[in-house]
Design a protein around this ligand. Structure first.
Ligand SMILES: Nc1ccn([C@@H]2O[C@H](COP(=O)(O)O)[C@@H](O)[C@H]2O)c(=O)n1
Ligand code: CDI
Length: 157
């Protein structure tokens, strides 16, 4: 077994929804990002890459590369999973914490778990999505942006 962790932040911008864990979540803001700005999937990808010391998401999908403009982050997740599997590993379990005042994540958590598990080809009960506010403190507290932290355990195939 090996373990990895990942962390990602995006600022809120114009828009009426955000992508979280591969799920479209209605919100009164969007996010500023090169891709679809899915902090959950970006943190998860970094945790998976970190578990095998394979660098980070920016090395695999450079923000300077126009191919990733507006990209669906489930494609990043699929790619990271393929990198793991071709080396003889798969995700054992993943635990993600989303940090924001709004949107409320709880009502979307099951859909996110099922979406991520579907992409990774693992049972949904091995993917955990949690959320917390920062009690109005800091950039998340001021509703300027959203953050996510992920921890992943990988197992031999
Ligand atoms: N964006 C969020 C933030 C929190 N939750 C849920 O509310 C609970 C209480 O949050 P506190 O920050 O006040 O501790 C938290 O445990 C989550 O269940 C949420 O769904 N979405
Ligand atoms: C995902 C990538 C893709 O170009 O860009 P962003 O959507 O801006 O997201 P970030 O979390 O800054 O990660 C870097 C990039 O790999």
């Amino acid at each position: 077994m090996r373990i990895g962790q990942g962390f990602d932040v995006h600022a809120f911008g114009e828009g009426d929804h955000i992508m979280l864990g591969g799920v479209r979540v209605p919100h009164d803001r969007g996010v500023l990002a090169h891709s679809d700005g899915d902090v959950v999937l970006h943190a998860l990808c970094d945790a998976m890459l970190g578990a095998l010391a394979l660098g980070d998401i920016g090395e695999h999908f450079p923000p300077s590369d126009p191919r990733w403009k507006g990209a669906d982050s489930t494609d990043f997740l699929r790619h990271c999973d393929a990198l793991l599997r071709e080396r003889g590993w798969r995700v054992g379990n993943a635990d993600v914490t989303v940090v924001c005042e709004r949107p409320k994540v709880g009502p979307h958590a099951l859909a996110m778990r099922e979406r991520i598990a579907g992409v990774l080809g693992v049972p949904a009960d091995t993917v955990s999505i949690k959320a917390t506010t920062t009690e109005t403190l800091g950039f998340t507290g001021r509703r300027e942006g959203i953050a996510a932290q992920a921890i992943v355990l990988v197992r031999a195939l």
